[in-house]
Write a protein that binds this ligand. Sequence first.
Ligand code: ATP
Ligand code: MG
Length: 392
Amino acid sequence: MFVNDQRKTILVRYGEIGLKGKNRSSFESALIRNMRSALEGVQGLKILREHGRIYVQYDDSTEKVAEKLSRVFGIVSLSPVITSRPDIEDIKRKALEGALKAGCRSGVSFKVETRRADKRFSITSPEVSRLAGGFILENIPGLTVDVHNPQVVVHVEIRAHDVFVYSTSIPGPGGLPVGVTGRGALMLSGGIDSPVAGWLAMKRGIKLVGVHFYSFPFTSERSKEKVLDLSKVLASYGGKFPVYVVPFTEIQKQIKVKCPESLYVTIMRRMMFRITEAICAKENCSSIFTGENLAQVASQTIESIAVIEEVVSLPILRPVITMDKTEIIEVAKRIGTYDISIRPYEDCCTIFVPKNPATKPKLRDAEAAEELMGNYQDLLEQAVENSEIYGV
Ligand code: ATP
Ligand code: MG
């Protein structure tokens, strides 16, 4: 099936233990759809599904294709493979080619490991390993065999019509294909935490819609750019998504003029959630994600969270709530958002921090403060209406 095709091939392993029946097939079709969009523009692309495996064929650079695939959620690992006919002479030649590619040379140790998924192939796995290994040794002077702790393992996998030779396994991000668990709004600041929360949401299959509150001129054009750059990094994993940049200055001004200072943050965050829920209705999102982290700041005590989340009825999910800052930073570095997040532009919260924020606000005090704002509903509607929507 593959050997007569001149294209290069990558073997993709996927799967979440425990997925069954209908869930399994929607997982597979979503995964293939997402792989296709991640590989848009790749020359000669062909994606095949067979026996719980996916094969990607292409005429492009392997590094480029592997790099793009290693960001697609649902993929556990991938291996660039050399294909061979189920014929021992061809297997030996391809195993040698694979060994050379993997760095086998004088002074290096290796072994061949064979798996026979199709038992109709008449030579046993240990025998294939012995024959292919012997052929490699004959052709690479100074190479040694080490069956316990080799530097290179040449894998030979024998299937009904094809044999695959590979020696590297590149990890994928795991998780579920983006889209299978629905759409969710991510409240995205320019900080370290919310992009990580968004990445973790995507990892569990959520298709994001970004929501950023923007307080021009108190926050600069640069801080908006930063959020869009963060969104682009997230999109490199989960595919393109819309980002709402919500003008928030007027609402903040009204809060500052009309509400008691100790409740600024509480009221501001209640307004943010109300607006986010309105965007969810427009965008067909059934959940809200934030980068909130327990007890990091005044608004993140359990008492604050209770008073703030009371304004919305959609589930609010906080993937980093229990993580230590160092753990969040570790993920941020790994996924490529950290360097953007630490750019020094202020966000709309830092310019708006009261001297003594309430750490245990009371719901009735928050409601009384909002009464003082009069008809804020119009302000919220205008904010949604005047949002700029970017496709990243
Ligand atoms: P982050 O590192 O994500 O900025 P933080 O530790 O600074 O979070 P807060 O400022 O209290 O904490 O914000 C908590 C969460 O509220 C953020 O993670 C984000 O989800 C949301 N949020 C805060 N500011 C904004 C904003 N300007 N636009 C959109 N969402 C915001
Ligand atoms: Mg922040």
